[in-house]
Design a protein around this ligand. Structure first.
Ligand code: AK5
Length: 286
């Protein structure tokens, strides 16, 4: 029997229902897909967060309600030092708000564009951080599929955070889906064949190359040419900057057409180049 005085379930009691009134909004941090992100402060605790505002209209237009709901469920459950936290979410009449961890160091992509390329120590630290985050995500059956520099953020200590899981899928089976920028896609995705977790390992190879050389390995004038280069695994290493043989070895063992022959995430973390160069704390300072 339900009475007016019946206690709410403990779960409901614990979960705070946030609203826009709880936050002071600061400067814009960026314009992502489906909305803008602002620096914000929770008024009571003074806790700094990134607040993403998504127009419901957009979500309805692309019929994404179900994906968004599923995303939020997966996202709020993920807890890893190299995965940006989603603390919670709420909505009003026309917008959905995501309460995200604020990454003070901003986008890794900006750092890469500013410096041209990274040192082997930084690159190895970031690759190891992403590999660790992916091991965690794969254990939770989350395939990211959209790891590119734009989706990688840095916190105040230079620790890498995978930021945007806007298109990740939770799945035990192989998937047939086409999405993302061609440059980072594995052959089986370009071809729209069934693919699985091994796509993330390919992407790690592409990222490692881009961190060290400043450009992705299969870059070309047209999409068609990039497609061709990916399918042929047309990989070459420029003579400048001078990169260690071990780094090239790791890249060559990730950019392998047969997905079952790519180095596993655990083997990446044990690779001599990673052991030699990666900072075990995951932090990067100058
Ligand atoms: C949207 C529509 C439909 C899914 C989604 C989910 C999780 O991070 C998302 C979604 C993010 C987005 C913090 C900074 C930023 C910056 C972001 C915001 C990153 Br710059 N300095 N500190 N954040 S940028 O948007 N992340 C997310 C866990 O939109 N999902 C289906």
């Amino acid at each position: 029997m339900t009475s007016k005085f019946q206690r709410k379930k403990p779960q409901q009691q614990q979960k705070k229902q946030w609203s826009l009134q709880d936050f002071e909004i600061g400067k814009p941090l960026g314009k992502g897909k489906f909305g803008r992100v602002y620096l914000a402060r929770e008024s009571k605790s003074k806790y700094i967060v990134a607040l993403k505002m998504i127009f419901k209209e957009q979500i309805e237009k692309y019929r994404l309600h179900n994906q968004l709901r599923r995303e939020m469920e997966i996202q709020t459950s993920l807890r890893h030092p190299n995965v940006l936290r989603l603390y919670g979410w709420f909505h009003d009449d026309d917008r959905i708000y995501l309460i995200l961890e604020y990454a003070h160091g901003g986008e890794l992509y900006r750092l890469l564009r500013k410096t041209g390329h990274l040192t082997e120590k930084h690159a190895a630290t970031y690759i190891a951080s992403i590999a660790q985050a992916l091991v965690y995500c794969h254990e939770k059956d989350v395939i990211h599929r959209d790891i590119k520099p734009e989706n990688l953020l840095l916190d105040h200590e230079g620790r890498l955070k995978i930021a945007d899981f806007g298109w990740s899928v939770q799945s035990r089976s192989k998937r047939h889906t086409m999405c993302g920028t061609l440059d980072y896609l594995a052959p089986e995705m370009v071809e729209n064949k069934a693919h699985d977790y091994a796509v993330d390992n390919w992407t790690l190879g592409v990222l490692c190359y881009e961190f060290l050389y400043g450009v992705p390995p299969f870059e070309a004038e047209s999409q068609k040419d990039t497609f061709r280069r990916i399918m042929k695994v047309d990989l070459s290493f420029p003579s400048t900057p001078c990169i260690s043989t071990e780094a090239k070895n790791l890249i060559s063992r990730l950019l392998v057409k047969d997905s079952s022959k790519r180095l596993s995430l655990h083997k990446i973390m044990e690779h001599p180049w990673i052991i030699k160069n990666a900072n075990p704390t995951g932090t990067c300072s100058e």
